[in-house]
Structure formats: structure tokens, C-alpha cells
Design a protein around this ligand. Structure first.
Ligand SMILES: Cc1cc2nc3c(=O)[nH]c(=O)nc-3n(C[C@H](O)[C@H](O)[C@H](O)COP(=O)(O)O)c2cc1C
Length: 197
């Protein structure tokens, strides 16, 4: 049987108690319930130096940048939840994507991004739910050839939104976050019709 749609999920926050890590986990549940095969990673476990062209010229890509690229290449879709820092996506996320965008000798440009399908989310204690950062992140991903779906979620007052089990207290918000994961699976099946339903 053909494999299920493969999705790589991560938050743009390194923080242990990150609200964005909680939010992406819910979308992951939705994707898995819809039949997706999801790998959830924590960028804190793939620490990277700030991108420095001199470092790259001297040493090539850091091992964790190579690991991240391989993970991205081996999945068809991405579920990303990014914090908003000063109205922009987090530096940790931008830095990770910058390293991943660097081609190694003999590798096609943007090999781990081209043709991937992505769903974006953001969680913030603020009243805007990180919604100012999402268009910036969307634009960046589109420019590196990632297909970003229009479906997205900016979770406002996220510091009050989760219960102790990690679910969203508001059932409608919980369903919305789960549906984002399911939507990505659904679209990936259309892109890759050999995947079973
Ligand atoms: C440097 C910095 C800048 C921030 N700027 C914003 C902002 O522009 N908009 C916003 O909604 N929250 C902002 N916040 C608050 C974050 O949304 C909040 O810390 C959030 O919990 C971070 O995501 P995480 O819980 O996934 O780590 C900022 C926080 C920091 C540390």
C-alpha cells in the first residue's frame, strides 16, 4: 500500500512551555486522525548557530542544519506554529529556515522546500494572536517555493486558552486547530493521489 501523507511539524519557539508547541501538537493530532504520518520535532533539540556566511564557507553546514534539511526532504508537508516577536516570526525559526535554504555541493537549490505544502499557525498571549507575523512568514515561504495554504490560525490570549491536558478549552478552537492538520492531509492526498485515504 502507498504511504500516508508525511508531515513534519514544529514550533518556531525554543521555550520549554511554549504556547506554539502546544498549538502545533493539536494540529498534529488532527493530522494523525485524518491518516497523516506526522513527525513532530523540537527546534531546541537541533540547536544552530546564527547564520554566518564565514562559518558556512569554513565548515559547511552544521550537522543540525543537515539533519533538519533531511527531515524536511523526507516529508511532503509542514505544520508550523511560530511566535510573533515584534510583529515578525521568531528569529529561531527564521534562522533554521535560512540554514535549511543553503544548498550543499551538487544539491538543487531549495531542495527541501520546493513543492512542499504548509499550514501556518501562531499563538500569542496578545489580542492579535500573532497574526501580524503570519503574512511575513507566508511570504517568505512562498518565495522559497513552499505552497502555503490559505487556512491558518492566530490563537489570541493563548496563555489562557489551554487546559492542563494541553487541549484548547474552547471546543470550537480545538476543532479549528485539529482541522488545520486534517486539511493539510487532505490537500497532500490531492497532491499525491497515490496516498491512501
Ligand atoms: C522579544 C519578544 C517580542 C515579542 N513581541 C510580540 C509581538 O510582537 N506580538 C505578540 O503578540 N507577542 C509578542 N511577544 C510575546 C510572545 O507572543 C510570547 O512570549 C509567546 O508566549 C511566545 O511564544 P511561545 O509561548 O511559543 O514561546 C514577544 C515576546 C518577546 C520575548
Amino acid at each position: 500500500m502507498s504511504p500516508a501523507p508525511r508531515i513534519l511539524a514544529f514550533a518556531g519557539s525554543l521555550r520549554r512551555d511554549s504556547l506554539n508547541k502546544k498549538l502545533v501538537r493539536i494540529a498534529v493530532e488532527g493530522a494523525r486522525a485524518a491518516g497523516g504520518e506526522v513527525t513532530l520535532i523540537d527546534l531546541k533539540e537541533l540547536p544552530l548557530p546564527v547564520y554566518d556566511g564565514d562559518l558556512e564557507a569554513a565548515e559547511g553546514l552544521p550537522a543540525n542544519a543537515k539533519k533538519l534539511k533531511e527531515l524536511m526532504k523526507s516529508h511532503q508537508g509542514f505544520l508550523i506554529s511560530s511566535p510573533e516577536y515584534n510583529s515578525m516570526p521568531s528569529g529561531a525559526l527564521k534562522n533554521a529556515l535560512d540554514w535549511a535554504s543553503r544548498a550543499e555541493p551538487g544539491e538543487a537549490p531549495l531542495a527541501c522546500f520546493k513543492g512542499k505544502v504548509c499550514v501556518l499557525m501562531s499563538a500569542s498571549p496578545g489580542a492579535l494572536g500573532g497574526m501580524r507575523a503570519l503574512p511575513v512568514l507566508r511570504n517568505m515561504l512562498l518565495n522559497i517555493h513552499v505552497i502555503v495554504l490559505p487556512d491558518q490560525l492566530g490563537l489570541m490570549k493563548a496563555n489562557e486558552a489551554f487546559d492542563e491536558t494541553g487541549r484548547l478549552k474552547d471546543p470550537k478552537q480545538q476543532a479549528t486547530a485539529e482541522a488545520l492538520g486534517a486539511r493539510l492531509v487532505d490537500v497532500l492526498r490531492k497532491f499525491h493521489p497515490e496516498s491512501p485515504s
